[in-house]
Design a protein around this ligand. Structure first.
Ligand SMILES: [Zn+2]
Length: 621
């Protein structure tokens, strides 16, 4: 929900992510597979939950990617393949009503966990358009279907602008229609609006005015689009409802719902996507941690998934509590406000697909019955978002199906015990995915046991005393700038005389940060592994230290680890007029133990302008 609030690294990660993911953004075809004719089959003897209610034990006949018949005694051609579902429950494929997707792998992962449709609530519209085009052509059957808002509506420097992707912002109601029409032209399926000043999290960030929010909602309605408003607190939720929002993205964690809240939501016919899992994370609880040890899910979670599921937003200066949201869920359900299951993956504490199972568990903990929770992830979002071909097990619907062991209408966590997932009648190859995850886990384990890089014995990375930008080990130093993310920042490095502690040489890093990207950067990167971005085992070291001086500006030291994914962790330092030593424990970089360090960066930005600083005696202790 607020990646980057107290983990600014996440925000930066967006910037760097979008670079490293250029392939994912511009060439979504990498995950493309030719349309596969779906073989006909019939699932027999399973208990069927049709999206709204239990049908008891029934047979479901699937042909040409569609559900042809449902019933106790349906007749199918004799050669039809039979799937025996005795002891199992058949559900419609799950729908996650709040995700962020910017690479095809995320959609593949979602499908493995039974999520057949992802309702993205902010991504690069070019990515969404590419995926949707392929899906319209019947391709990408190994991925969840994508629907997306594309860009979100936000104020300049408001929430949503911190991820490194340039976002078209608004400042007044008269811009609303033009903004909405531009999104529709890009392919947005619905409109997502940010109305949140960050106060719940102890931040103060710009947000749209009430009038502008309302104008965007009206503009969306004029074009027949649903308007979903991201809110951060209870007052924001009420403002959004009064402004005519169709739905709320998130419930609030700042206060106990007032006695009139549920009635207000009901009177205005809004739907609500509580995202309890990310609100837990905001409350300082690593919401996804329990998933990482669940044997039903663990074999499908990559080391990066596991690392992210164990994260939270940490302790905030304020004290938000997901308990307020749970109370609100209970009260909303009592007055029949549609509640939809959404995760806000991949924020800290979440992971695509897997976290929807946590959300279902939390919705039940909040007071929904298991059947209500299952409807919140199937028929209710399908109806709400006009996805008329799915969300239900009924003749004529698309064969998006999830077969699980046991009975999730009694124990909601049974949704995790997946037997099979079908999208449009094609069974997902979960075994291959699991084998790939096992390989990644093995690689991570061997990285943890790998010897330290040769030449790193003394701990010294560089003192630059040979007058060159050389390093004692690894692939050395290189310039890193946001040009690879579409930015225009420039940077350079050169060895200059007058090093720290009376030494002869130091490394000078200078450049000009362009204001075009909210998380612009320019600086230098040290690669400790044998090649750029190959992980090195530095776990025998506890801290990173270096000497610095410069123009008095604030700079960032950043570390990329393999298990941290494409999201660097960072610490800030000031380079003043005198040489000064700076030391950071490695664990200060998102808790890394240093076993898989891919890069160490020293960079300027995101503030625009020229900068100049020096580093010397860069060392691991
Ligand atoms: Zn979100």
């Amino acid at each position: 929900m607020r990646p980057g609030m107290n983990l600014p690294s996440f925000a930066i990660g967006g910037a760097i992510a979008s670079i490293l993911l250029v392939a994912g953004i511009y060439f979504p075809g990498f995950g493309q597979n030719p349309p596969t004719p779906a073989p006909a089959f019939v699932i027999r003897n399973a208990q069927v939950f049709d999206g709204t209610k239990l049908l008891g034990t029934a047979s479901v006949w699937v042909k040409d990617g569609q559900i042809k018949a449902v019933g106790r005694d349906i007749k199918v051609p004799p050669e039809t393949k039979v799937v025996d579902g005795a002891g199992d429950t058949l559900l419609p494929g799950l729908i996650d009503s709040h995700t962020h997707d910017w690479e095809a792998q995320m959609l593949q992962q979602a499908l493995v966990f039974g999520v057949t449709t992802q309702l993205d609530m902010f991504t690069d519209p070019r990515f969404a358009a590419g995926i949707k085009k392929e899906q319209a052509e019947g391709k990408d059957l190994n991925m969840a279907d994508l629907r997306s808002s594309g860009y979100l509506a936000t104020a300049p420097h408001g929430h949503g602008t911190e991820y490194g992707m340039p976002v078209p912002t608004l400042t007044s109601p008269d811009q609303a229609q033009g903004w909405v029409d531009a999104r529709i032209a890009e392919g947005s399926d619905y409109v997502k609006i940010i109305y949140d000043d960050g106060s719940t999290y102890g931040a103060h960030i710009p947000t749209l005015s009430k009038e502008t929010m309302k104008a965007i909602i009206d503009a969306a309605h004029r074009r027949g689009k649903i308007a979903v408003v991201h809110i951060g607190d209870q007052q924001g939720a009420k403002d959004a409802i009064n402004a005519g929002a169709d739905g709320l993205a998130h419930l609030f964690a700042d206060s106990e719902p007032t006695s009139d809240f549920a009635a207000l939501a009901a009177a205005h016919h809004v739907f609500v996507v509580p995202t309890l899992t990310v609100l837990e994370s905001v409350s300082g609880i690593a919401s996804g941690e329990s998933l990482t040890t669940d044997p039903r899910l663990e074999p499908y979670l990559t080391p990066q998934n596991v690392a992210n599921l164990k994260r939270s937003f940490g302790q905030l200066p304020t004290h938000p509590s997901e308990k307020y949201a749970e109370t609100a869920v209970r009260e909303l359900v009592a007055v029949h406000v549609p509640v939809l299951a959404g995760t806000d993956s991949p924020n800290p504490g979440t992971s695509h697909g897997a976290s929807l199972h946590r959300e279902l568990q939390l919705l039940v903990r909040a007071g929904m019955t298991p059947q209500q929770a299952l409807a919140a992830a199937t028929s209710v979002p399908a109806k709400t978002f006009h996805l008329d071909d799915r969300g239900e097990i009924a003749p004529g619907k698309r064969a998006d199906l999830l077969l699980v062991k046991g009975d999730p209408t009694r124990d909601i966590t049974a949704t995790r015990d997946i037997v099979a997932v079908w999208k449009a009648g094609v069974e997902d190859d979960r075994d291959s995915y699991r084998a790939e995850v096992a390989k990644q886990k093995q690689q991570a384990a061997s990285a943890a046991n790998a010897p330290a890089p040769q030449g790193s014995e003394s701990g010294l990375i560089s003192d630059f005393e040979n007058g060159k930008p050389d390093a004692n080990f690894g692939a050395g130093w290189s310039v890193s700038t946001d040009t690879i993310a579409g930015g225009k920042s420039m940077g350079s490095m050169k060895v200059v005389s007058g090093g720290a502690n009376g030494s002869q040489w130091a490394l000078d890093v200078s450049g000009d940060v362009d204001g075009g990207l909210p998380y612009a950067w320019a600086g230098v990167m040290f690669s400790p592994g044998p090649q750029v971005f190959a992980p090195a085992n530095l776990s025998s070291r506890k801290s990173l230290s270096f000497w610095t001086k410069g123009d008095g500006k604030t700079y960032r030291a950043m570390i990329f680890t393999d298990s941290g994914g494409r999201i660097p962790a960072q610490q800030v330092f000031v380079a003043g007029s005198e040489w000064k030593q700076v030391t950071f424990p490695l664990s200060a970089f998102n808790g890394t133990d240093g076993h898989d360090v891919e890069a160490i960066l020293f960079v300027g930005g995101p503030q625009a302008g020229k900068f100049d600083f020096q580093i010397d005696d860069v060392q691991l202790h």
